[in-house]
Design a protein around this ligand. Sequence first.
Ligand SMILES: [Zn+2]
Length: 137
Amino acid sequence: MTKEEFIRNQKVFLKWARRVVISFCGLAILFGVLLEIVLTHFIHSTIDGKPSWFDASIHDLEVSVRVFIIAILGGVLVILSFMWRYHKKLDLACPSCRKALFHTAAQIAIASGNCGFCGSAVFSHPPSRTLTPSRIR
Ligand SMILES: [Zn+2]
């Protein structure tokens, strides 16, 4: 992979990752607000003494918050897994040690041309135009 291809793939990955993270945060906020609305309604129904099919209590609120936190952590793990796969698909790793070149490691590779982990060359160089047989006369 040339340096230009690496930079282009890096931009594609960052744009995709930004969209995924924003979508996940939006869904988490929506889910949290809906959970809060439902729980608040049912807890107020119980406190006001109105009959309710769902006898919510502070214990239910605690359980719901735990379930919400576990769901968020599970979602983060799923997103990290997708990010890892997409990062590999775009071949944004060192060809020698296969470590992911992300963020600072990518900046080091772009600036120096070498892997920040093992030091080997990361980019292949495109064939020089001046040395191709069709150009030599
Ligand atoms: Zn390496």
